[in-house]
Design a protein around this ligand. Structure first.
Ligand SMILES: Cc1ncc(COP(=O)(O)O)c(C=O)c1O
Length: 424
């Protein structure tokens, strides 16, 4: 009755975010009584810090709209946060607040006139966002042997253009859990500067660097880097929808276009959330919270790595965030005999035969025949683990059996994958 069912044909191939689709599949299997170990969804396992929740309660009565770029005190706190950590020279005027970094990343793609450069594998939403914004994409493929990272020579290959292109550089990286060293960032910055490529540094996992030593490429290329962050990962408040973008003064026009797009679409990020978020960027208690959450993730991540590595799966020791990107190619022959030729088939069979969810590499733009998948080591009670770490105190390190006690489900999931592989 309605042409194309009322939908825009150009967008007909867009599908719901694959990670959310997996969540739905798990829910279905669970209602059928199947025990699921969910190493699929990339969400912080920890509760949001208490002082943030208190601040949100205190500000719940605020119902007014805020200026489109965001609350002044929050923008000042964000600028100061990056200045201290990354030795930058930002002011409130350089900061834009949005309802989640995802939205800001999308508006950035829309606002920029050039090509979007993506390294693959990459986070699930950059490519669909580029398609919605009708942008050309230039892919830089990486692989296991290069630790899933791009190299300066990759940037040299990008065709010259009259427009200003931008590279989305995400580190610590989703899906690999790896990050760039200062030397690597400096080398990339040098080429980006020469080739006038804007870098959108997606540093949403920055404060979850396992050693607390996250370094932004903005240190080496301040005039051409936009830093993206927010509360969703290290603030453990994904559902609060609070993202930040820090623009250099040289990209004022791009910033103003993003603000104009924001004003005409979401108006502002939720007011009480912005008041509460100010504390995340300036309250000293955040430091302690992060020291606890990081050390839990670091310990668990390295234990998951050890189990899977012992099974013969190709995987790197994680450096930040909560992901491992598993490469099952050493088992190609055995998997093929079971009829498993693609990463989607691999994940479906693993789920059916073990109840463990991991996400197929195809969702992260790896080729469907590459036997790769992302594991998120977050299936545990973060509230309990955090309380135990706090109880112990920061002057004592976590005991050897900490993850066994507090993150057992995740370790069991890794053991199940190991067992499955060993019995192919
Ligand atoms: C690499 C990366 N960037 C951005 C986001 C979006 O985060 P949010 O919109 O919740 O701030 C995510 C969420 O999973 C992510 O993994």
């Amino acid at each position: 009755m309605f042409t194309n069912g009322g939908a825009n044909q150009r967008l007909k191939n867009l599908s719901p975010s694959p990670t959310l689709r997996i969540k739905e599949l798990c829910r279905q299997l669970q209602t059928q009584g199947k025990k699921i170990c969910d190493l699929g969804l990339g969400q912080s396992p920890f509760p949001a810090p208490n002082f943030l929740v208190k601040e949100l309660r205190k500000n719940a009565h605020r119902v007014e709209y805020l200026p489109a770029p965001g609350l002044s005190s929050l923008r000042r706190a964000v600028a100061e946060f990056f200045n201290q950590r990354q030795n930058l020279d930002l002011t409130e005027n350089n900061i834009v607040i949005g309802p989640g970094s995802k939205e800001l990343l999308f508006l950035l793609q829309l606002a920029n006139g050039g090509i979007t450069i993506l390294s693959t594998p990459s986070w699930v939403s950059y490519q669909p966002q580029a398609k919605i914004a009708n942008k050309k994409i230039y892919y830089l493929k990486t692989d296991f042997s290069r630790s899933w990272k791009i190299q300066p020579k990759d940037l040299e290959q990008i065709p010259s253009s009259r427009k200003t292109n931008f590279l989305i550089l995400n580190y610590p990286h989703n899906p690999s859990g790896l990050t760039y060293s200062q030397t690597e960032l400096r080398a990339l910055a040098q080429i980006a500067r020469r080739r006038k490529i804007i870098i959108v540094a997606d540093e949403i996992y920055g404060e979850f660097h396992h050693q607390g030593k996250h370094c932004s490429i903005a240190r080496f290329y301040p005039e051409g880097t936009i830093i993206i962050s927010g509360l969703s990962k290290w603030g453990s408040a994904g559902g609060w929808r609070l993202g930040t973008a820090a623009f250099p003064p040289q990209l004022e026009q791009l910033k103003n276009t993003v603000i104009a797009l924001g004003t005409n679409t979401y108006s502002c990020a939720a007011t009480p959330i912005q008041y509460a978020a100010t504390q995340a960027f300036q309250n000293p208690e955040m430091k302690t919270y992060l020291q606890h959450t990081r050390r839990i993730l670091q310990k668990l991540g390295s234990e998951c790595f050890t189990i899977l590595n012992q099974a013969g799966i190709k995987v790197h020791p994680p450096q930040g965030g909560f992901y491992l990107y598993l490469d099952f190619s050493p088992f190609k022959k055995q998997l093929s005999k079971k009829g498993i030729k693609t990463n989607q088939q691999l994940c479906s069979r693993l789920l059916k035969e073990t109840g463990v969810v991991i996400i197929a590499g195809e969702e992260f733009l790896s080729h469907k025949n590459e036997l790769v998948a992302r594991l998120a080591y977050v299936d545990f009670d973060g509230k309990r683990a955090l309380a135990a770490s706090r109880h112990l105190g920061l002057n004592r390190s976590l005991p050897a059996d900490f993850s066994q006690h507090y993150c057992r489900r995740t370790l069991e999931g890794c053991q199940k994958i190991k067992h499955w592989i060993e019995n192919l």
